[in-house]
Design a protein around this ligand. Structure first.
Ligand code: ATP
Ligand code: MG
Length: 455
């Protein structure tokens, strides 16, 4: 890894090196916190977690060929190189910041309340048409995930698409200091992490911390249909590129047609030109994500044809509106996470499904003091969006059920928890159903998806 010698690593994380001096100028081949992923020449970073203290893996990773390890403690009788640091977590951030500077690769940083991963995927799918593109894998978007993503970059990569997720003030500043984006994309400002951020103005403030480390000649790409984001007029002389559904936006979509669960077709207008594209994922929100990707594609010099092709070759990822066809059902596996905005968006898509449209919904976490009201609003939405069955699982979801029952045409079922749902699932679903599975991550609704696949 470019310039990541043991000497430089020791310096940037303010550590103390123990080991033979002749190894100090060796570069590490990779950096990992996972003892099973050690390769010859790796640097191991032992993280002290709630359940496991990874320092216990140090002997085995050195045996497996690691060049060196970090350690928060003095290692008695160590016969291998190690760097003693105060905090492994802080060290990975410091090393990642240094490493990204060595590579000088343009960075697109993506944040927002909902749709970060989905938008990241479309942006990367577009940029790959012209550049060797590295993107965040899955959801590695926090103060550990972002550095680990940075460590996957190599000199040959031409652009990095990095997801940045936060739940509190100050966090984005720390992430931005590592990523130093050339382009910042914000998808929207929703009622998420309100237990820390208070209200949507707090969310706006926390997310826009990303601008603090924006490069001088950088770009800002914002959802202009978001009532909070459209108030951002400029940042240190940089005017945002706004995207949205109206012709007054810099980049906008019209002629929007749903192809049901197969996806969306729309015309995207940019700088006096336009093109028609078939987005291979359903939901009006995917049009927004494609608009964000068009904006980024333009910034990095792609032709409209390259952008269109990138959008149309987007691949689905598990847990995020991933369509699974079994002999009996069409399952919409959206179980990775949920919040009020994404629940409503997914329900809107479900209504285009064939057969009975069944929503299996579970509790949404981290909503703060308004959690009851926010669940009730999802229930109101479920009542009027035109689905057939709504199965509400968990204590908070009882509030979804209560509102959903106001539509007598909708069959509403309540379950106290996931295990009880799993036990009764057979009796709730029928061959031919289209079934949406969605809840916050802690509900572990991947078990519901797995059960449906077996049925
Ligand atoms: P997390 O905070 O868990 O990282 P995220 O911001 O990465 O979430 P995604 O995983 O991309 O969000 O999307 C979650 C769900 O939100 C999707 O399955 C989809 O239903 C919906 N969604 C995707 N994009 C948008 C969008 N732009 N606006 C509203 N909803 C969206
Ligand atoms: Mg995500």
């Amino acid at each position: 890894m470019k310039n990541l010698t043991l000497e430089n690593i020791t310096k940037v994380c303010g550590g103390v090196y123990f080991g033979p001096a002749d190894k100090l100028d060796q570069e590490v081949s990779s950096i990992t916190t996972d003892s099973r992923k050690i390769e010859a020449g790796s640097l191991f970073v032992p993280i002290v977690g709630e359940r496991v203290d990874a320092h216990k893996f140090i002997p085995q990773v050195m045996e497996a060929g690691a060049l060196a390890t970090l350690s928060e403690r003095t290692l008695e009788n160590a016969d291998f190189p190690y760097i003693k640091v105060k905090s492994s977590l802080q060290a990975v951030k410091d090393i990642a910041e240094f490493y990204l500077k060595q590579l000088q690769i343009p960075v697109v940083g993506i944040t927002g309340s909902v749709g970060k991963t989905s938008t990241k995927e479309v942006i990367a799918s577009v940029l790959k048409e012209k550049y060797r593109t590295l993107k965040t894998q899955g959801n590695f978007n926090n103060e550990l995930g972002l550095p680990l993503t940075v460590f996957r970059l190599r000199d040959e990569d031409e652009i990095a698409v990095l997801e940045m997720g936060i739940s509190d003030f100050g966090e984005m500043t720390r992430l931005a200091k590592i990523a130093r984006p050339d382009t910042c994309v914000i998808t929207n400002i929703g009622p998420c992490h309100l237990e820390n951020l208070g209200d949507r103005d707090g969310v706006l403030k926390a997310k826009t911390e990303i601008f603090k480390y924006l490069k001088k000649d950088g770009h800002i790409v914002l959802n202009g249909d978001d009532d909070k984001l459209c108030t951002v007029k400029e940042y240190e002389g940089i005017k945002p590129v706004f995207f949205g559904m109206e012709a007054d936006k810099d980049i906008y979509a019209d002629e929007i047609v749903s192809r049901g669960l197969k996806g969306m077709t729309c015309r995207i207008h940019v700088g006096g030109e336009s093109f028609v594209t078939d987005i291979p994922m359903p939901g009006r929100h995917m049009v927004y994500n494609a608009l964000a990707a068009t904006a980024v594609g333009r910034i990095y010099g792609l032709t409209l044809e390259q952008i269109r092709h990138g959008i149309e070759t987007l691949e689905a990822i598990s847990g995020r509106f991933h369509m699974i066809e079994t002999d009996r059902f069409l399952i919409v596996d959206d179980c990775y996470n949920a919040n009020p905005m994404s629940m409503k968006a997914s329900l809107d898509v479900l209504k285009d499904g064939a057969g009975r449209r069944v929503a299996i919904l579970g509790d949404m976490g981290e909503l703060g003091e308004n959690e009851v009201q926010l669940h009730a609003e999802v229930g109101e939405h479920a009542a009027q969006c035109g689905i057939d069955v709504c199965i509400c699982t968990g204590a908070l979801s009882a509030n979804i059920a209560k509102e959903a029952r106001k539509n007598p045409q909708l069959t509403v079922i309540e379950e106290p928890d996931r295990d009880s749902l799993l036990a009764h699932l057979d009796s709730y679903v029928k061959t031919g159903d289209t079934i949406l599975v969605k809840a916050s991550h802690f509900m572990q609704f991947e078990k519901v998806v797995a059960k449906l696949q077996e049925m």
